[in-house]
Design a binder for this molecule. Structure first.
Ligand code: FNR
Length: 185
């Protein structure tokens, strides 16, 4: 089983990147992980004229291929103004363009971390809606980390046992359901 793991934040010190690292650690050898960094190939803002003139940018083609090759998605995203960060939404929009819909039938676990007390849950819900439009099987379980600026120790380990347990349970569900459903193509 192959999992594409990505964070919705671009910055190096991202709390969501830390959460993603912790989740990838929990997956261990239960799946092959493809780590995607949205900074790897910067994408232009989606523009239909650009698409008509030049087709998909290289970064969008690569993104589609990597989603296509995955059985499951593991996404940790911040919320910006109660919704999805623009860079993540832009990447999803590009990847959703024809030919094909690489998201279709993939299983996803959504996570969010925020220094605030809601743990980014509203952004995560907005992402859920978008992925469901693309026919992703978004797991009902999700992981939120509120007060995330204090949630990790110096080694990147989640301090609270309760949060570690929630992460382990959710990751186990992703591995279980992702393996059952697999890739449709
Ligand atoms: C934020 N932040 C934020 N936090 C939150 O809990 N709810 C929100 O609506 C917002 N809105 C928001 C908008 C914008 C434009 C920025 C830049 C930030 C704060 C955000 O949660 C915080 O910066 C996180 O640390 C961002 O995630 P990463 O980069 O640490 O993963």
């Amino acid at each position: 089983m192959r999992i594409l793991a990505l964070a919705g934040s671009l910055r190096g010190g991202s709390l969501n990147r830390k959460l993603l690292d912790a989740a990838v650690g929990v997956v261990g050898d239960r799946a092959e992980i493809d780590r995607l960094d949205l900074r790897e190939r910067p994408l232009p803002l989606y523009d239909g004229d650009l698409e008509e003139r030049d087709g998909l940018p290289d970064g969008a083609r690569l993104l589609k291929e990597r989603i296509q090759a995955a059985d499951a998605l593991l996404i940790a995203t911040p919320e910006y103004n109660h919704s999805i960060p623009g860079a993540l939404k832009n990447a999803i929009d590009w990847a959703s363009r024809p030919p094909g819909n690489p998201f279709r039938g993939r299983t996803a676990l959504l996570m969010s971390a925020s220094p605030g007390s809601y743990g980014g849950v509203r952004g995560m819900l907005a992402l859920r809606q978008v992925l469901m439009a693309l026919h992703v099987h978004v797991l009902p379980a999700s992981v939120q980390v509120p007060r995330a600026d204090q949630a990790f120790d110096a080694g990147g380990r989640l301090r609270e046992e309760r949060t570690r347990a929630a992460l382990e349970k959710a990751v186990a569900e992703l591995v279980r359901v992702g393996a059952l459903i697999g890739r449709p193509d």
